[in-house]
Design a protein around this ligand. Structure first.
Ligand SMILES: Cc1cc2nc3c(=O)[nH]c(=O)nc-3n(C[C@H](O)[C@H](O)[C@H](O)COP(=O)(O)OP(=O)(O)OC[C@H]3O[C@@H](n4cnc5c(N)ncnc54)[C@H](O)[C@@H]3O)c2cc1C
Length: 488
């Protein structure tokens, strides 16, 4: 039996696509296959088990990969208020934290996963797992054959929601890229871990500060000295190097630029409130305090001590009396220290994957492939990755219309989103009117016969007018047409 819509992947993007595909065409055969023994691993681990569902403001500039206009085009289809409303309707209330991140009020990612699974099943999705797909091919008939150790299925429409390569033990190991290329798609030249911790040489002094966190500004600087990307957020020292939101956010920019040019540097400013110039001016004005006494006021003591010791300062000299070269070296150490990175922690520790199928190969209104009709792609498999804070899930939710869920509907309004359910009243309006008209004809056939008997010169159209007047719910045209089609 041929399936109407088959989705590979029951992660955030696949479940969202299932909900809307099922709601928009309720009677289709809709199957979701996932290779994982336990569904929704990434939703469950997200946000430290609380699931950071979205962010209070989401813009294209919060994402990298593809092009900003293409990303904006998709994001505006389903904005944050619509995400909040969607989850509210599923029974999941979201709360906003000071950082702008939104979490379920239960502080439990399970609430989000269960709600999505229930909504997908209620929309008619048959979710099967563990059903790992190892082969996808297009048949001469135009249908797709999807197979694995469990057997095979044929489907008219195929949605690839297989994610990227991050956290491979969750089931997302990049197999989807193979399916996409087998069906004619290309991939970006580089696919690499993003939102990933970065590593330092094992004996680096920052590794010895494991567990210490401090806000800092991180800047990716090209070999020619151009600033390519910058983030200010908490940086966490670990036994292998650096992590924390600031490092995770900058990681994809450093990896991308460093792969292209090994002279690329990542500079850290431990005192984001100062530039090199303003900090030097502060030191020059300090006649009593030693640099360490000053830095200790701004940074955690262990970090302040480590930074000053590495700069090899004379212990009791006030800051304004430091020799020029030492003052400059200290200022650089504090505000523009080039981190001697040796790599990153790889897909096992990455939250997302950068690169993938270019958005230019998809119709942005439907996410249907431009190269392979009836194939759709959504979620992390596409060449888009967001920063820390709920942006990656928002990307998955925003692609609700994948698989034709929003075909021809343009931007979804709140009312449309709320009403788009199997009981969507407008979809019932026409058949209801027709039924009503039929009922009128049958129920009032006798009355009409009597009427004609007593008014033999009246034209049948007038009878239609009378019926329509008597029964305003049945449109005048339907009633009239029905009467005209009656054998005279
Ligand atoms: C530790 C961690 C924490 C995170 N926290 C957050 C957060 O708080 N907020 C946020 O916005 N983002 C967060 N993310 C990122 C977010 O989880 C992902 O961007 C998002 O889950 C991507 O959704 P997706 O549906 O595209 O892919 P995935 O969630 O990866 O889902 C893909 C699904 O496809 C299935 N699959 C893959 N290949 C096959 C195959 N061959 N056959 C059958 N099934 C297959 C997989 O089993 C998987 O279930 C986090 C990620 C990680 C790893």
């Amino acid at each position: 039996m041929t399936i109407d819509t088959l989705i590979i992947g029951a992660g955030a993007a696949g479940l969202m696509a299932a909900v809307w595909a099922g709601r928009t065409a309720p009677h289709q055969r809709l199957v979701v296959l996932d290779g994982a023994r336990k569904l929704g691993a990434k939703i469950l681990v997200a946000g430290g088990g609380r699931c950071n569902v979205t962010h209070h403001t989401v813009q294209a500039s919060d994402y990298a990969g593809s092009t900003q206009p293409a990303i904006r085009n998709i994001l505006r289809r389903f904005d944050v208020p619509q995400t909040i409303q969607f989850f509210r309707e599923l029974g999941v209330e979201l709360k906003q934290e000071e950082t702008g991140k939104l979490f379920p009020t239960t502080d439990n990612a399970r609430t989000v996963l269960d709600a999505l699974l229930t909504a997908a099943r209620q929309a008619g999705a048959d979710i099967r797992h563990p059903y790992r797909v190892s082969q996808v091919e297009r048949l001469p008939s135009g249908e797709f054959k999807v197979g694995g150790e469990w057997g095979s299925l044929t489907t008219r429409r195929l949605i690839l929601a297989t994610g990227g390569r991050s956290l491979p033990k969750s089931g997302s190991d990049g197999m989807g890229y193979r399916f996409a290329t087998a069906l004619g798609h290309s991939l970006t030249p580089h696919i690499f871990p993003a939102l990933v911790p970065l590593t330092l040489p094992p004996n680096h002094f920052l590794c010895a500060l494991s567990g210490l966190a401090s806000p800092a500004t991180l800047t990716v600087q090209s070999g020619t000295g151009k600033n390519l990307a910058q983030f200010t957020n908490a940086v966490l020292c670990t036994h292998f190097g650096l992590s924390g939101p600031g490092v995770l956010d900058i990681s994809r920019h450093w990896i991308e630029a460093h792969t292209a040019d090994s002279r690329t540097r990542l500079l850290i400013n431990w005192l984001p409130q100062y530039t090199s110039e303003s900090l030097e001016a502060v030191f020059l004005a300090a006649t009593r305090s030693t640099p360490f006494q000053m830095v200790r006021d701004w940074l955690p003591e262990r970090l302040a001590r480590a930074l000053c010791e590495t700069a090899d300062l004379p212990p009791h000299l006030p800051a304004n009396q430091l020799p020029r070269a030492q003052r400059k070296a200290l200022v650089q150490q504090l505000t523009a220290y080039p981190l001697p990175l040796v790599g990153h922690r790889g897909y096992t520790h990455a939250e997302v994957t950068a690169g993938g199928v270019p958005l230019s190969e998809l119709h942005l209104k439907t996410l249907e492939s431009r190269l392979c009709p009836d194939l759709y792609l959504c979620g992390e498999i596409c060449d888009v990755d967001g920063r820390i804070g709920g942006f990656n899930f928002q990307w998955a939710w925003a692609e609700w219309f994948c698989g034709g869920g929003g075909k021809g509907r343009g931007r979804m309004t709140k009312r449309r989103m709320t009403n788009l359910s199997p009981l969507y009243p407008y979809s019932l309006a026409l058949p209801f009117s027709l039924l009503l008209a039929l009922f009128h004809l049958v129920a009032h056939g006798r009355e009409r016969a009597t009427y004609q008997q007593h008014h033999p010169h009246h034209h049948p159209a007038k009878i239609g007018d009378k019926l329509a007047n008597d029964f305003p719910l049945a449109s005048k045209r339907i009633a009239k047409a029905a009467v005209e089609n009656q054998p005279q």
